[in-house]
Design a protein around this ligand. Structure first.
Ligand SMILES: Cc1cc2nc3c(=O)[nH]c(=O)nc-3n(C[C@H](O)[C@H](O)[C@H](O)COP(=O)(O)O)c2cc1C
Length: 225
């Protein structure tokens, strides 16, 4: 999903970089607040975060791309988000809606985009991420640039569904191009991205029957060694 989206963005002239957090050393936030109270802007831990924070700050848009893990972002992405704390200001203010947040920093945060896929087939499984990106943009005083979600993630690697998957990848590429050109997804593209990959009314039943058969096959194969 990310490759197709970024390819489209590059087609339209955007500079893109795809960073795999799982390949970086990112410790958990210790919650010690040293980055606010002792060494403002700098975490006391030595790992890959300083370099990642520089890249984060130099971007116009940051795409948070993640598999859905327990209705949320992956653990490595959660650690990355937590470790952005040094970029914030320790003081408090009211946001435009009257809710308390930390004071907006002098540097404007990049706009946030979310891309995710999940195991279950329905788009409703992204409920938490849809809310999370809105809360994150509020906390960072920035805005939601866009979001793309796709249930039934395994279908993207299913050869029998290749024509549907290729069409979907084409749509992702169009979305990337459109986003790089205009800074947003059109309502029509956003609507098409939410359509089921397989246009069948009984897709949940198809999912259950295929997924159960696959699981039984894998359990049996592993049992035999
Ligand atoms: C620890 C863990 C938790 C998961 N939690 C969910 C979940 O809450 N909902 C869901 O639909 N899929 C869940 N999944 C399935 C993944 O989202 C799914 O396999 C996804 O397609 C993986 O994407 P990837 O191949 O890009 O890593 C979970 C997978 C793992 C490993």
């Amino acid at each position: 999903m990310v490759d197709a989206f970024l390819a489209g963005a590059r087609d339209a002239g955007a500079d893109t970089e795809n960073i795999f957090l799982a390949r970086k050393k990112i410790n958990h936030c210790l919650g010690c607040f040293s980055c606010w109270l002792k060494s403002p802007g700098t975490c006391i831990q030595a790992d890959d975060m300083p370099e990642l924070m520089k890249q984060f700050q130099s971007a116009d848009v940051v795409v948070f791309a993640t598999p859905l893990h327990n209705d949320n972002v992956s653990g490595s992405m959660k650690d990355f988000i937590d470790r952005l704390l040094p970029l914030g200001d320790p003081h408090f203010e009211k946001d435009p809606e009257g809710e308390v947040r930390h004071v907006s920093g002098p540097k404007k945060a990049p706009r946030f985009f979310m891309i995710a896929n999940c195991g279950f087939p329905e788009q409703s499984h992204f409920q938490v991420l849809r809310l999370l990106i809105r809360r994150m943009t509020r906390n960072f005083s920035t805005e939601v640039a866009g979001e793309i979600y796709r249930g039934w993630g395994s279908s993207l690697q299913d050869n029998e569904l290749k024509p549907h998957v290729d069409a979907y990848k084409g749509l992702l590429r169009t979305a990337g191009m459109e986003f790089a050109k205009t800074g947003k997804l059109s309502a029509e593209t956003a609507r098409r991205l939410e359509e089921p990959l397989i246009p069948a009314p009984n897709y949940a039943e198809i999912f259950i029957s295929n997924a159960n058969a696959y699981m039984d096959q894998m359990i049996e194969a592993n049992r035999k060694g």
